[in-house]
Design a protein around this ligand. Structure first.
Ligand code: ZN
Length: 539
């Protein structure tokens, strides 16, 4: 049986059904992101999965919002590579209270690392409402929920206890079980600003809370007025499900184990906060190829912004739309990117011809449009591999570039934005050995050593060089020269013998043009070199 609905559509069905069962007219899809450092490309799945589902729901005319919770009130855990080691003094403070890295225009660490993700999501056509957990907690939005969790601490401790094993390593970020009593809340110290704190007493009636800190400080505060602290993660997450009424929120495969935050959260949201767990599929990792050379802002790991420098937004959207969340995705930064673009171009041709299946068509629609808008596309989509060759050979010379694109039936404007993506790829990711350098001067020794047959083939090529100065014309010419030399008509099917002659001829032309046996496709190379340069090097 042929599938007619893709995973996005099936998941949207489920979410709509669950919202209806819960009596909600407004549907909420959610993502959570931690701006603890560069937000990696892998984290994009945390956003793209609910985005695609929310987008499908909006396309059907429902009221649906996509929330992104910025976990900027979480503690700063470690100083990432490349950041001044003196930032270690801020470990334990909220991410929003840590200074941004040197030279940043942003006020704090969290804002510095949110900004590139926000920019990437705008490029990807992802609308969302960002919620700063710092603003929520310090503004008192969750005061009632915090007081409730504290009142219900024994119940929460009991739920967590069902999953605690004797072997389990203590996790300082999740459970405050070091003291005699369990508390689901962590204050940030009023003196040093860190969460190296321990609650030593709490009074349910007055909400008086006493804590001490590793720095030696300590105080007694009224929790109903105190906003410098947060619920521990395993309680914080389900609290927000209930607070925002979340219907859909996926999580990474690392959350799928027994006793995971998602499983425990499902119990806590129901038993403590009177809410319901969202539909929460696990998503698989996003891998990359060829990131070894990466010198990005991501500390060696690519970010969504890095991917968008070399891929058009619709192509990146398509990578997420066409695979179910539990299937791994690979984003190519190496030469595999050419194959990816070939696949994309083939899909576009099939869509234009009306020969795609239902699921393929839907995947394409999700890539190029959202419920709100159309994503920018390249009007004259010259093959990415061809653009990369042309950019490489011309080394950024605008005049040459325009001339060559003309031979490809395109203009620089029409070839954008793909042209700029390919240019960036050549600059940052093209392997050293793949670069092509046209010879400046003819290889006199090689030309002098040619036999009569080779010389005659080159002369035939030069004679007809400008008969049809286009990619198609030059393709016909380079394959045709060996045929004509063999006395065969141009439309003859190639024999093995002819293929050998063609290969020999191509190698000769490569050697004379670029001093190597192989290179970019020969017609592309000729186009890029231009007729004058070709004559100079082959004569
Ligand atoms: Zn302190």
């Amino acid at each position: 049986m042929t599938e007619t609905a893709d995973w996005v559509s099936r998941m949207a069905d489920e979410v709509i059904e669950s919202a209806a069962r819960r009596g909600d007219t407004r549907i909420v899809c959610a993502s959570g992101l931690s701006p603890s450092g560069p937000i990696h490309l892998g984290n994009l799945r945390e956003v793209m999965t609910p985005h695609l589902v929310a987008d499908e729901i909006r396309r059907r005319g429902y009221d649906c919002e996509h929330l992104i919770s910025w976990d900027d009130f979480d503690r700063f855990r470690r100083v990432p590579a490349g950041v001044d080691p003196s930032w270690a003094e801020h470990i334990g403070k909220p991410l929003s209270a840590v200074p941004a890295p040197f030279g940043s225009p942003f006020d704090n660490w969290a804002e510095h690392f949110k900004a590139p993700m926000i920019a990437a999501l705008a490029d990807l056509g992802v609308p969302f409402r960002g919620i700063s957990q710092t603003e929520q907690y310090t503004g008192g939005a969750y005061t009632e929920q915090v007081l409730l969790a504290m009142r219900e601490r024994a119940r929460i401790d009991g739920i967590l206890g069902r999953f605690r094993t004797k072997k389990k390593e203590p996790d300082p970020d999740e459970d405050t079980v070091s003291g005699p009593e369990y508390f689901p809340f962590k204050p940030y110290c009023g003196a040093c600003g860190t969460d190296d704190t321990t609650i030593t007493a709490y009074d349910d009636d007055t909400t008086a809370m006493t804590y001490t800190c590793a720095c030696g400080s300590g105080e007694t505060v009224l929790l109903r007025e105190f906003t410098r602290g947060k619920l521990v993660w395993k309680v914080d997450w389900p609290m927000r499900w209930a607070y925002e009424g979340v219907h859909f929120e996926p999580s990474g495969v690392d959350h799928s184990s027994p006793g995971s935050s998602f499983q425990v959260g499902g119990l806590i949201v129901a038993e403590v906060f009177g809410g319901e767990a969202p539909i929460g599929p696990m998503y698989a990792f996003v891998g990359t190829t060829g990131q070894a050379k990466m010198s990005s802002s991501g500390g060696g790991v690519p970010t969504p912004g890095d991917a968008l420098e070399i891929l058009e937004a619709p192509v990146l959207r398509w990578l997420f739309a066409r695979r179910r969340p539990n299937q791994a995705i690979k984003v190519a930064f190496d030469q595999e990117i050419h194959r990816l673009y070939d696949e994309w171009d083939a899909l576009e041709r099939k869509v234009a011809a009306g020969t795609t299946g239902a699921v393929e068509t839907t995947g394409h629609t999700r890539a190029v449009t959202t419920a709100e808008r159309e994503l920018p596309q390249t009007p004259q989509p010259v093959a990415y591999r061809t653009l990369a060759s042309v950019v490489d050979i011309t080394a950024g010379d605008a005049e040459q570039l325009e001339r060559i694109l003309g031979g490809l039936g395109a203009t620089p404007e029409g070839a954008r934005p793909r042209l700029d993506r390919a240019a960036r790829w050549v600059e940052s990711y093209m392997p050293e050995e793949a670069h092509t350098r046209l010879r400046d001067d003819a290889d006199a020794a090689l030309l002098a050593s040619l036999d009569a047959e080779d010389r005659a083939s080159l002369d035939l090529l030069l004679e007809h060089l400008e008969d049809d100065w286009s990619l198609d014309g030059l393709t016909a010419l380079v394959y045709g020269v060996p045929k004509l030399r063999a006395g065969l008509p141009l439309d003859v099917a190639p024999t093995d013998e002819l293929k050998v002659a063609q290969r020999r001829f191509f190698v000769l032309v490569y050697r004379l043009l670029i001093g190597a046996d192989t290179g970019p496709r020969l017609p592309t190379l000729l186009l890029a070199a231009g007729p004058d340069r070709v004559r100079k090097l082959l004569r």
